[in-house]
Design a protein around this ligand. Structure first.
Ligand SMILES: *C/C=C(C)/C=C/C=C(C)/C=C/C1=C(C)CCCC1(C)C
Length: 221
């Protein structure tokens, strides 16, 4: 059921971001396109994941990680894009965020599929996440953001930061409970991951959309 609801929400969000693209200034259009791509890619994966779930009753771990491996880097590009809309940003910012994402997801996958002991895989995966959080909290990305004079971008940055710290924390909690805390049932694990995706893909896009619309309106005035 949650697979189905989230598929529909993702499809609706995709349509919304693509249509709203027309409403914002040129420098924001790519950000909205990327938001729409994130929800589109996830929607397609959710259709497949639901099939796996309905037909086998097992967690669609492979599809989930393919989805994450495509969409998390796109979300990281968003940090680069919103800062680039108003400032000059070195590409190292993006590469570091990408590196952190790959470490986080790579070890998570090894742990969930049993190719690595899940408890052992948890720690390097957490380090990857920590590396991302450090970059946007204290690293170059945060310094660029602090130096901006655009309130809309700064507001979006603050919310995106909250998403990556608080919103993303749902995933390792789900993993921890599912694989290390004596083992939760797959239903709980999937509902937790599905809810987290809803917040962190659609919510993240809405943050960017809100900043893009506010900034476009204020520069018109
Ligand atoms: C749209 C999909 C998103 C935003 C997925 C995010 C996934 C994570 C933040 C996963 C994190 C994990 C850890 C930090 C440790 C345990 C293993 C993971 C992969 C669940």
């Amino acid at each position: 059921m949650s697979f189905w609801l989230i598929s529909m929400a993702l499809v609706a969000a995709t349509a919304f971001f693509f249509v709203e693209r027309d409403r914002v200034a040129g420098k924001w259009k790519t950000s909205l396109t990327v938001s729409g791509l994130v929800t589109l890619i996830a929607a397609v994966h959710y259709f497949y994941m639901r099939d796996v779930w309905v037909q086998t009753g097992t967690s669609p771990t492979e599809f989930r990680y393919i989805d994450w491996l495509l969409t998390v880097p796109l979300l990281m590009i968003e940090f680069y894009l919103i800062l680039s809309a108003v400032a000059k940003v070195p590409s190292g910012v993006f590469w570091r965020l990408l590196l952190g994402s790959i470490a986080m997801l790579g070890f998570g996958f090894l742990g969930e599929t049993g190719m690595m002991n899940p408890t052992v895989a948890f720690f390097p995966s957490m380090l990857g996440w920590g590396f991302i959080v450090w970059e946007i909290f204290k690293g170059e990305a945060s310094q660029i953001n602090a130096g901006l004079s655009n309130v809309h971008v700064q507001k979006a940055y603050k919310w995106m930061l909250l998403c990556v710290t608080v919103g993303w924390s749902i995933y390792p909690i789900g993993y921890f409970v599912g694989y290390m805390g004596g083992g939760a049932d797959p239903v709980t694990l999937n509902v937790v991951y599905n809810l987290a995706d809803f917040v962190n893909k659609i919510g993240f896009g809405v943050i960017i959309w809100a900043a893009a619309v506010a900034d476009s309106e204020s520069s018109k005035a």
